[in-house]
Design a protein around this ligand. Sequence first.
Ligand SMILES: Cc1ncc(COP(=O)(O)O)c(C=O)c1O
Length: 480
Amino acid sequence: MDDLLPGLIKLSPDGDETLLGQLTKQLRSLITSGRLAPAQRLPSSRDLARSLSVGRNTVSFAIEQLAAEGYLKTSPGRRAVVSTGVSLDARKPQRIETDRRPVELRVSPWARSLRNASWPPIYRGRPRPFQPGLADEREFPHDIWARCLRRAARSAPVRGDRSHNCAALQEALQQHLAEHRGVKATPGQIIIVPSAQAGIALIAKVMIGAGDLAWIESPGYGGAFAALQSAGAVVAGVPLDDFGMALGERKDIPRLIFVTPSHQYPTGRLMPAGRRLELLRFAASVRASIIEDDYDSEFHYEARPVSALQGMGLSATVLYAGTFSKSMFADIRIGYIIVPERLIEIFELAQRHMGLSAVIPIQDALAEFIRNGMYLAHVRKMTRLYKERRDKMLKALASETGDRLSIEIPAGGMQLLARCDALARDDQLSARLLEAGVVARPLSSMVFHKTKAQGLFLGFAAWNDVEIERAARILGRIVR
Ligand SMILES: Cc1ncc(COP(=O)(O)O)c(C=O)c1O
């Protein structure tokens, strides 16, 4: 073998990789494939270097590296020996063949269930009209944002605070939310997470245990349904009436209630004050907590926005969730939750246990973006633009689809629901639209109770006039 080994190794001085790298890799591969057998002694480094025409140091370093990795055993003054138990056993080629067959990987029942879940909807390729939930990123002031990011990255080395929730962002957000959403909280109550979805999952994990009952609006937000379910909750879809979640004569008692009172998802309805008070009183009376998801509440087109449930007082526990993926752009990956003062410590611990922290320089940059008024200026600009697009969309749909769709005009937000109960099944319509290049989420994929309601959920915010008109024409052709 002393003579054979050099024949098994081919080094190329012109290759991209160093001679040391090539030699180490080839020796390792000879050992793992079994061509160098366990307990076999290598030639001396001097002989090997000579026969391979490389420096002796190159051979010695390769041998040291493989000894450090456990493939070789070395001792002073003796030739290196191949370790045992590190080859893939080349003497049994058939077994290796069998091992190569794809083995079904064992995953949890939860992971197995993900493929059959109706959330998240997956759209391949570039976003197309009328994909809901998207902001128009083309209108975002990327240059200003880049300057904030650069300054934040530069100040990273002098940052003393090691908290995962950047104090400057907590303060900027607290002021913004107090002024514009009527939220009542101290900055410390704001936990910064990578998305609203992460925040809802964190709340679910902290507030409920296996088998606890959670209520969710039906139709409602599939991401919340998924988060509640994966925290072990039994999730009940509570149907809506004109004012939002209909508490009515329900006899079951939830531990947690998920609502979107600013713009109900997906109907866009605003929950009026009376229903808000009823909900808060009910939750307080049964000691249930409420998750208030205020995902796109920055955009209101009619009167002044109604304040958040969170700031309405009463003794109900309201946990508030928000996100920048609608008001800025989806890839920013920053959301936040507001938790009760007494639960700050638990939430911060849970945040660390679940690894739900957001990148600190981005938090810093965002703090500056809000503090200097750039965030508000962007929200105001987009509110004007999105209102125009909502109106454009309503007009285009009316002229292209006639009375085939019945549309609830949303007073805010970025999308609308077009009911089509008398037409074909909404999932079939949605599939035909997708083939024609238009995205429309079927309402039936967003309901959590038995109902025959059919509809198409359409985003208008991210599309300009030409895109809206073109997609409305296609939609009209298909639903007429
Ligand atoms: C109702 C609702 N809540 C929360 C979210 C999640 O936002 P994020 O992207 O921050 O997870 C979405 C996203 O579409 C949403 O529609």
